[in-house]
Ligand binder design. Structure first.
Ligand code: KG4
Ligand code: ZN
Length: 340
């Protein structure tokens, strides 16, 4: 029997301080997340300086809890996987410095992980049969990408947003209709009370770039709609706006994902990132994939939003390939997918 490989995952790229222990890439022994959302809510969005300070306060505690819950000690850990980009530089640095310190003190190999590759890898956790190649739609607060996952850790980006990320559009529209931060889950909930056909918002299709996205026009259309209502002194129906906006985003995401799957001959489609926890997006993707005879995978909501289990899983496949980071590993706020 081969020996189990235990990875300690660490994630601090934005407003979640997270640590997890993952066994053999797909079994999560612990997944501890200390969210700062309540704190940032006061300011209507993430305040980078506050995020970094909170990470420093929480990181040791969160790692200890991850080890205790998994009933292991650092001596059992085979490698440390840590997010080193993209994200907020001060926030990333906390996780990277912590991971390097443990790696040095306990002589444990270090594997730097790309945050978005972590999101994609979240799909491996609960879907034990999922293997590359597959198409992945990544929709988070900072990224909107269509990628071909060719092998473990090998990605080809075929589409990206030209302006706002899908999650960013959710957050901005939520703010405009007074829902507060973070907007995605609130729009998801309010949409259920609204009519998604009430307002016809635009769907952007970009000439010559069929897999690229653009959400800034949609965001402006929502703001215009609100302004016009205010000028006419008409009451704003927030639920209808939320439902119609969400429908416009989902329509574009699903249409482009289906087109890419067809054009690139992909039989398997997955979704990843915070917006992938959106209930209507999950339903729409499931229906579209069923119609086209494609197999559809998605992580549970807890593995869609930021967590360290996904970082542990991504690190596991890199570890198997022999990827190791040195103690010169640094935070790279604008790290591109596939870059090392
Ligand atoms: O992946 P994530 O946790 O962090 C980043 O790497 O950006 O994504 C956060 C984003 C936020 O914009 C949040 O509003 C959005 O994901 N989000 C959602 C939902 N839950 C989180 N968007 C739509 N529906 C949701 N249920
Ligand atoms: Zn994320």
């Amino acid at each position: 029997m081969t020996k189990d490989i235990l990875i300690l995952g660490i994630e601090t790229s934005c407003d979640e301080t997270a640590a997890a222990v993952v066994k053999n890439g797909r079994e999560v022994l612990s997944n501890i997340i200390s969210s700062q959302i309540e704190l940032h809510k006061l300011y209507g969005g993430v305040v980078p300086e506050i995020a970094s300070r909170k990470h420093i306060e929480k990181i040791n505690q969160v790692i200890e809890e991850a080890l205790t819950t998994a009933e292991v000690s650092l001596d059992d850990i085979d490698a440390i996987g840590v997010t080193y980009g993209p994200g907020l530089v001060g926030a990333l640095l906390v996780g990277v410095a912590e991971a390097k310190a443990i790696s040095f003190a306990k002589n444990i190999p270090l594997v730097g992980v790309h945050h978005i590759e972590g999101h994609v890898s979240a799909n491996y956790i609960e879907n034990k049969d999922l293997e590359p190649p597959f198409l992945c739609l990544i929709v988070s607060g900072g990224h909107t990408h269509l990628v071909l996952v060719k092998e473990y850790g090998t990605y080809e980006i075929i589409g990206r947003t030209r302006d706002d990320a899908a999650g960013e559009a959710f957050d901005k529209v939520a703010r405009a209709i007074g829902l507060g931060y973070p907007g995605g889950p609130k729009i998801d909930k309010l949409s259920k009370e609204g009519n998604k056909k009430a307002i016809s918002f635009p769907r952007a299709h970009i000439e010559g770039a069929p897999y690229d996205f653009s959400f800034s026009g949609l965001k402006s259309a929502v703001l215009n709609h609100i302004n016009i209502c205010e000028m006419k002194q008409e009451e704003i129906n927030r639920a209808d706006i939320a439902a119609s906006f969400q429908e416009a985003v989902i329509d574009v995401l699903v249409t482009k994902a289906m087109l890419a799957a067809k054009d690139f001959g992909m039989k398997t489609v997955a979704i990843a990132g915070g917006v992938a926890s959106n209930s209507s997006l999950r339903e729409a993707m499931a229906t579209a994939c069923k119609e086209k005879g494609l197999t559809f995978y998605h992580p549970s909501p807890i593995f869609c939003t930021d967590n360290a289990a996904m970082i542990g899983t991504a690190a596991y496949y890199e570890y198997l390939k022999g990827t190791r980071s040195g103690l010169d590993l640094n935070a790279v706020p604008n790290l591109k997918i596939g870059e090392r």
